[in-house]
Write a protein that binds this ligand. Structure first.
Ligand code: GLU
Length: 474
């Protein structure tokens, strides 16, 4: 049977690391096996779901490269769930419950006070038709509860990652499958859809293990064969506490804004539970499809670590072609809209080895003078006014022949220094100040390569003009 897997996010917030890891593992598996990856938006909780989150989740998945083969919205399938709930009610496997939230809360409180399990006490199971009619006439809208069969108190299933998982008892009693407003609950809609959409394997995170027995009993009540279930480990922060906002950026959107490459995010997500025998760590999505295997999935809690992500990001930054780097960097270069592409690309090449994330380009101290006009501060002009500095600038300028290229900068500086009887630094330093306005930065030959010969000459002339004007002229 062909593999059909799904990712089923609830659009009640952004796509976080945990959900993205689930999506990635399902996607990799489907791609590896030539199966189908279904995206199912679980938006039946009308109060909490928002269209902007659905869009955000889809944008985040697309950005990561996790394309889906089929797309379903549960909100567009409400009549289907109602039909199936009706079927269970007719078969005596579910029943209307008229208890109000207040009554339920009160009974739960009392049960806890008596030291009993706070589960639903089954009160509405045995209402007579007349009692039901009375509630309905009084205007009460019933929820529908699944009648958990006695045998369900002990249940087990074979998790395809963990082996046999046993539950001593279902702790919730008869659980709600359709709310009083007529919308299905997660467990009901999930089972109906996994069945209707022909999902063969449900691969999701550990926090859903406790839903699995309920879902299995729903399958049995419908007379359907359940899919196979597998549960991945939980994800922790570096302090080994459950990953949360306290640990910094944990949504894919926030990671994108923080300047991480999708390659690096996907790479880190893949390593949250999977690792190859070879011990290699840096992979693109295509390489992961090639290498990924569920047999190598590790169920120990996994640590999502921004430091590790930064490291991976540097590795993936180093792998991008100049054109790719430019495309990825563009959203972070909005201040330089008018700069010619060639110059942008050259500046990025120069800065690439020094950055870990693309957001470091925003306000980067070297980008201003590389891409924009240069204005020397009075302190720099002052420093360049010293006679040895002036002499060095003048001599360099006079030696800039038409055949000059950045590769010739070093020999030129050495020759000028020898002629002036100063160490090379005595020439390099004023030159850097005159060209960049700063006393440190990337290698000077690289800077000259970005600026080009004409701009270099113009900046040297301008520095000398300011110096010669003297303090009165300023
Ligand atoms: N909508 C559920 C969630 O976002 C899906 C769980 C499942 O995969 O069954 O957690």
């Amino acid at each position: 049977m062909a593999l059909r897997v799904r990712f089923a996010p609830s659009p009640t917030g952004e796509l976080h690391v945990g959900g993205a890891r689930t999506a990635l593992f399902n996607w990799l598996w489907a791609r590896k096996e030539g199966g189908t990856f279904v995206l199912r938006i679980e938006d039946t909780d009308l109060a909490r779901s928002q269209a902007r989150y659905t869009q955000g989740i889809m944008d985040a998945l697309s950005w990561l490269g996790l394309t889906w083969d089929e797309l379903f919205y549960q909100s567009k399938r409400l009549p289907l769930y109602r039909e199936y709930v009706e079927r269970l009610v007719e078969g005596g496997k579910a029943y209307p419950c008229f208890c109000t939230p207040e009554e339920l809360a009160e009974r739960k409180r009392k049960a806890l006070a008596r030291g009993e399990a706070p589960e639903y006490d089954g009160r509405c199971r045995h209402l007579s038709p007349a009692e039901r009619q009375r509630y309905l006439r009084a205007g009460r809208k019933p929820a529908i509860r699944f009648l958990v069969p006695e045998e369900a108190k002990e249940t087990s299933f074979t998790d395809f990652l963990r082996g046999e998982v046993k539950f001593r008892r279902l702790t919730t009693g008869d659980f709600v499958i359709q709310k009083a407003d007529g919308t299905p609950t997660y467990n009901l809609a999930c089972v109906v859809d996994d069945h209707e959409l022909g999902i063969t394997h449900v691969l999701r995170a550990e926090d859903h293990i406790s839903n699995t027995p309920k879902q299995i009993w729903l399958y049995r009540a419908f007379g359907w064969e359940p899919p196979a279930f597998g549960h991945l480990s939980i994800i922790l922060g570096p302090d080994r506490k459950k990953l949360s906002k306290r640990h910094g950026a944990t949504s894919v959107e926030a990671l994108r804004e923080a300047g991480y490459l999708p390659e690096a995010v996907v790479n880190h997500l893949a390593l949250l539970g999977w690792s190859p025998d070879s011990g290699e760590e840096v992979f693109t999505l295509e390489e992961l499809v090639e290498r990924f295997s569920l047999a190598k999935v590790n169920l120990a809690p996994q640590v999502f670590d921004l430091e590790k992500l930064r490291w991976l990001n540097r590795k993936h930054l180093a792998r991008l072609s100049p054109g790719e780097l430019l495309e990825r960097a563009r959203p972070f270069l909005s201040g330089y809209a008018g700069v010619p592409e060639g110059r942008l690309a050259a500046a990025l090449e120069l800065l690439r080895p020094g950055i870990s994330t693309l957001s470091e380009l925003v306000g980067h101290p070297d980008l201003g003078y590389l891409l924009g006009p240069l204005e020397l501060s009075p302190q720099v002009v002052e420093e360049l006014s010293a006679p040895p500095a002036r002499a060095a600038l003048r001599l360099v300028l006079s030696r800039l022949g038409p055949d000059f290229s950045p590769g010739k900068l070093r020999p030129l500086v050495r020759a000028v220094a020898a002629e002036l009887g100063v160490p090379p630094r005595g020439v390099f330093h004023p030159l850097r100040l005159a060209l960049t306005g700063r006393d440190r930065g990337p290698e000077l030959a690289g800077i000259v390569g970005v600026l080009g010969m004409e701009e270099m000459r113009a900046r040297l002339e301008e520095a000398l003009r300011l110096v010669e004007e003297g303090p009165e002229g300023r």
